[in-house]
Design a protein around this ligand. Structure first.
Ligand code: PLP
Length: 443
C-alpha cells in the first residue's frame, strides 16, 4: 500500500517535492508501514543491517534503463558503458549481461572491465593521457578500439604497437568546438578544453595516422560533455562530424566507425531527462545514410538514477541564523555537491517524516570544510537523531569519487534486485585506512 503525500509538484524554492521525487523514480515508493522502498526492499531494513552511510543501487533500474536505450537505438548502435560513472563489478556484470561493452579511461578500468568478464572486443579506451604501460596493456588484451586525442599520442601509440608487433585499431577523438550547455567542469567539446583533437587539425592527423606503423585508423570519436539535457549540442556536434567524415572519404580515407560519446543528462531536480528516442533521432538526422558503425558511451544516464546514498541524521543544529541537518554522510562519500554545486533530491525514509510539515534546512556532513554541504535551504521535516534520508540519483559519479578524507572509512555498498538484496562492498574496518602506511625505521 503506497502512502504518497499529494502536495504541489514543486515547493516554494522551485525544488521538486518529496512526492514528485518519488514519482520520478520508478524504483522508489513510500510504503505506509515500511517507509521508503527501493524496488521491494525497505531502505530502513538495509540501514538496520548494514549501518549508514551506505550506497544502494537497483539492479532492475540498471537493466531497465539499458533496455530502453537499446530499444530506442536499435540493435546496430553499440553501447559502451562509461564505467567511470560506477565501476563496481556487480554493476558491470548487470550491464554486460544486458549487452553493454565498456568505455574505459585508465588501465585500472580496463583491468576491472576484464575482471567483470567484459570481452576485450567490446572495450573502447578513451582519455586524454594514456601512459605507454596502459597502451601496452590495451594492445596485449586486444581491446576493440583506442580513441586517440592528439598527434603526440598517435606517435607514442604507434611506437608501442610497433614494438609489440601489434596493430592498434584507432579512432581519432575530435573536438567539435560545440558548447554542450552544461556545467563548466563537465563540458569537454569546446576548443579551450583539454579533450580531443582540434577541429582544424583533424583531417591532417587522420591522414597522418594512416601512414604510421602499428595503427589502423577506422573512424572518429566525439564526446562533448556530461549531463546534457538538450539535443541541440548533439545535433550540432554530429552534423560537424558528418561533414568531416565526408571530407575524409573524399580524400580517399576509409571511415567506417563513429563513436558518438556519452553525456546524456538525467533529472536531478525535476528537469526533463534526455530521452533515448530524442537521442536516437539526433543520431539518425545527422548521421543516417553515412553507412557508419555507430557506438555510444553513456555513463550517468544508465547508472545515476539507479543508485542512492542512504544516510542517518547525527543531529540537527539550530543557530541564530540557520537550521542545519547534520548527516553521517559527507563530501568524502558524495562529492558532487561540493565539486559541481550539484543538486540531489533528499527524501526522508520514514513515512511519518515524509508527511510531516517541513521548513528550510541546510543539509551538511561532518567533514571540516564549509564546502561539505549537500543542500541549502531545503524544505525538510524536523529530523531527529538517527532519522534516515536517501540522497537520490547518486548511482553515477558517487561511490567512485569517494575518498577517506578526515579518516572516514569508505561507505558500504548494497545491491537490491527485486525483493533480494546483498552487500556488494563491505564497510571496511577503519584500520584498513592506515594498513599501507609505512613509518620509516628512524622514527
Ligand atoms: C565521462 C565520459 C563519458 C560518459 O559521460 P556521461 O556523462 O556519464 O554519459 C563518455 N565518454 C567519454 C570519453 C567520457 O570521458
Amino acid at each position: 500500500m503506497a502512502a504518497h503525500p499529494h502536495p504541489a509538484p514543486t515547493d516554494p524554492a522551485g525544488d521538486p517535492t518529496t512526492a514528485a521525487l518519488i514519482a520520478a523514480h520508478p524504483a522508489l515508493s513510500m510504503h505506509a508501514m515500511d517507509g521508503l522502498m527501493l524496488d521491494e526492499v525497505p531502505l530502513a531494513a538495509i540501514a538496520r543491517a548494514v549501518g549508514t552511510p551506505t550506497w544502494v543501487i537497483s539492479a532492475a533500474t540498471l537493466r531497465d534503463r539499458l533496455a530502453s536505450l537499446r530499444a530506442a537505438l536499435g540493435p546496430d548502435v553499440a553501447i559502451h558503458y562509461a564505467m567511470k560513472a560506477n565501476d563496481h563489478l556487480a554493476v558491470l556484470r548487470i550491464l554486460a549481461a544486458g549487452g553493454a561493452g565498456a568505455d574505459v579511461v585508465s588501465g585500472g578500468e580496463l583491468a576491472r572491465a576484464r575482471a567483470a568478464g567484459i570481452a576485450p572486443g567490446n572495450i573502447v579506451f578513451s582519455g586524454v593521457g594514456k601512459s605507454r604501460a596502459e597502451m601496452a596493456l590495451a594492445l596485449a588484451e586486444g581491446i576493440g578500439q583506442i580513441n586517440v586525442e592528439s598527434a603526440e599520442e598517435l606517435g607514442r601509440l604507434s611506437a608501442v604497437a610497433s614494438a609489440m608487433g601489434r596493430t592498434a585499431t584507432v579512432a581519432l577523438r575530435v573536438n567539435p568546438d560545440v558548447d554542450a550547455d552544461t556545467h563548466a567542469k563537465i563540458t569537454t567539446g569546446k576548443a579551450e578544453n583539454k579533450f580531443g583533437i582540434a577541429w582544424e587539425d583533424a583531417a591532417r592527423l587522420y591522414a597522418h595516422a594512416a601512414t604510421l606503423p602499428g595503427l589502423a585508423p577506422v573512424g572518429l570519436a566525439v564526446h562533448i560533455g556530461s549531463q546534457i539535457l538538450s539535443m541541440a549540442p548533439y545535433r550540432a556536434a554530429y552534423a560537424r562530424v558528418a561533414g568531416l567524415v565526408r571530407e575524409l572519404r573524399a580524400g580517399g580515407h576509409a571511415v567506417t566507425h563513429l563513436d558518438c560519446g556519452g553525456g546524456l543528462g538525467i533529472s536531478y531536480r525535476g528537469e526533463t531527462e534526455a530521452s533515448p528516442a530524442a537521442f536516437a533521432g539526433a543520431l539518425r538526422s545527422t548521421l543516417g545514410g553515412l553507412d557508419l558503425a555507430l557506438s555510444i558511451e553513456p555513463g550517468r544516464w544508465l547508472a545515476g538514477p539507479a543508485g542512492l546514498l542512504l544516510a542517518s541524521v547525527i543531529q540537527e543544529k539550530q543557530t541564530a541564523h540557520r537550521r542545519f541537518v547534520i548527516l553521517d554522510a559527507a563530501m568524502n562519500d558524495l562529492l558532487r555537491p561540493a565539486l559541481y554545486e550539484a543538486w540531489h533530491g533528499i527524501v526522508p525514509v520514514s513515512p511519518i517524516d515524509a508527511l510531516a510539515p517541513s521548513s528550510p534546512a541546510d543539509v551538511v556532513g561532518p567533514v571540516c570544510e564549509s564546502g561539505d554541504s549537500f543542500a541549502l535551504g531545503r524544505l525538510l521535516p524536523r529530523l531527529g537523531e538517527g532519522a534516515l534520508v536517501a540522497l537520490l540519483d547518486a548511482g553515477a559519479y558517487g561511490s567512485v569519487m569517494s575518498s577517506s578524507y578526515n579518516a572516514r572509512a569508505f561507505a558500504a555498498q548494497v545491491l537490491v534486485d527485486g525483493a533480494k538484496w546483498a552487500i556488494i562492498r563491505a564497510r571496511p574496518p577503519v584500520d584498513t585506512l592506515w594498513e599501507q602506511d609505512i613509518c620509516p625505521a628512524w622514527l
